[in-house]
Design a binder for this molecule. Structure first.
Ligand SMILES: [Ca+2]
Length: 495
């Protein structure tokens, strides 16, 4: 089974998606079976130079240690292709998410009403309990179950963790990443915060896309449905039943938290099984895969059709010009465009400018405009969105060699790199967002704003910035540090 470290949705999704993408263009390299100590030291030295602290390096070692040997090749490839600073930011994000608070107990003093092993006898719809065990690491009761549905009878694995003490009265479902439905590892952080928590492999045991075809190469529709939404619902039903049996009380609230594939699972849960959860946090949902994955190739198509492969200097010049033109619209010149969707900069302004060894041409400007606009059909109709002006285009439009040629595989890798951490833009932590969802569900207070943070070299925020409900955006008050959220208001307040 594909393993995912808790709160590693992003990192994991990058690796799987990048690997899957690259496999389109060439055969995979065989996997090594471990990381030699000298190599590990080399990686750590690189990360230290990029500003990683001792705590962050320790977390990195944990990640490497927990990575199954079969996945190390893609992990290594990811490390080599990711700018070290981006990887350090991922480590910071993981550490930040582990700081989630323990919510107040809804049933103070609630305790198990039966031993963990007695859960073997609980009956669950369409399934069986396979095992129960007390986890040595945290003392929680761990249950594995299998759910099957006719006519295919695929085995959907369900993993549940129940705190032996300090249950906070809530159930939490967790989602997956890439093609994997979820993993046992994602139980660890929530159960340590007192949640009864569940995960599922959705029947996709190896975490690849192979499940989509049957042994005869035909679409395996039932397995696809189980991976898409049935498995998450099954996990939720089983998780709630076991929680009720173990504590003698149903959970008062249920939450689902997922990012990437987990974010897509979160949205589809809300649509198909609205009774399952009281609150759902859908982080960076990877929806419409059949459109966004091909859309990554659009810049390469534009360059190939024009036979004009833009060197890095031209892409960077266009990005820098867009940032320069639109940066101030949010009231502060800080290299961040507050609302890039409203940036209407036209790169035609660069035509004739000397960039590196060449001159920016009309064709270059047309390609940049087309990239920002996004894929369009032959008749000009909309297919998908492009990256907004100001996006680092090196990530989407990679070229190499002399004369320069397109590098689609790199582009695919970099797309995922871009979505995560390639920029210096502050992001809200999932910890804060989970709290916002709980405040909304349990106290009826919907979030008006979230405070985003950019983490510094020692794990504390170096820049905070409010995020408002769209279409509101943050505006600088004009006084005080531009690195402090308190000095920003929404554009609606400013008017
Ligand atoms: Ca700005």
């Amino acid at each position: 089974m594909k393993r995912i470290h808790p709160d590693r949705f992003l990192l994991w999704a990058f690796i799987v998606a990048a690997t899957a993408f690259c496999k389109l263009s060439g055969p995979a390299e065989p996997s090594p079976t471990g990381v030699p100590p000298a190599e590990l030291t080399k990686w750590e030295e690189t990360l230290r130079e990029a500003g990683a602290s001792a705590v962050e390096l320790a977390k990195f070692e944990d990640l490497v240690r927990e990575e199954p040997p079969a996945d190390l090749a893609s992990f290594e490839e990811y490390l080599q292709k990711t700018p070290p600073l981006s990887f350090v930011r991922i480590l910071r994000s993981i550490l930040r998410n582990e700081k989630e608070a323990v919510p107040s107990a809804i049933f103070p003093g609630a305790a198990p009403v039966m031993p963990c092993e007695a859960l073997r006898r609980v009956s669950i719809p369409d399934g069986t309990i396979d095992s129960t065990a007390i986890a040595a690491s945290d003392g929680s009761c761990r249950v594995t179950a299998t759910v099957v549905h006719p006519p295919a009878h695929n085995a959907i694995g369900v993993f549940i963790a129940l705190p032996s003490k300090g249950w906070n009265g809530r159930f939490r479902g967790t989602g997956g990443g890439g093609y994997a439905g979820g993993s046992i590892e994602s139980l660890n952080v929530p159960v340590s915060k007192g949640y009864a928590v569940g995960a599922t492999d959705t029947g996709n045991k190896d975490g690849t896309a192979k499940f989509a075809l049957d042994a005869h190469g035909k679409p395996a529709w039932q397995r696809m449905r189980e991976n898409a939404y049935v498995g998450i619902h099954d996990m939720t039903v089983v998780g709630k039943a076991l929680t009720q049996a173990f504590y003698g009380k149903a959970p008062r609230y249920a939450y689902f938290v997922g990012g990437s594939t987990g974010g897509r699972q979160a949205l589809t849960e809300a649509q198909r099984y609205p009774q399952d959860y009281d609150g759902i946090l859908a982080l960076y949902p990877a929806i419409a895969r059949e459109r966004y994955v091909p859309a990554q190739l659009w810049p390469q198509i534009l360059m190939r059709e024009a036979n004009d492969f833009l060197p890095r200097e031209k892409r960077e010049a266009a990005t820098a010009a867009a940032v320069k033109a639109c940066d101030g619209a949010d009231g502060v010149i800080d290299g961040v465009i507050g609302d890039p969707t409203r940036c209407k900069y036209d790169p035609t302004a660069l035509v004739g400018t000397k960039v590196g060894d060449s001159t920016f041409t009309v064709t270059d400007a047309r390609i940049i405009r087309g990239i920002w606009e996004g894929p369009r059909a032959h008749d000009g109709s909309f297919l998908w969105w492009g990256p907004t002006p100001g996006t680092d285009l090196s990530v989407l439009t990679d070229t190499g060699g002399a004369p320069p040629m397109g590098k689609p595989c790199e582009e695919g890798l970099d797309w995922f790199r871009y979505f995560g951490f390639a920029s210096a833009v502050p992001t809200p932590s999932s910890v804060e967002m989970i709290d916002a969802v709980m405040q909304w569900v349990e106290h009826g207070r919907a979030p008006e704003r979230l405070d985003a943070e950019l983490m510094g070299n020692h794990g504390e925020p170096v820049r905070t910035r409010p995020l408002f409900l769209y279409p509101k955006v943050a505006r600088y008050k004009g006084i005080g540090s531009t690195d402090k959220a308190v000095n920003f208001i929404s554009n609606a307040q400013a008017q």
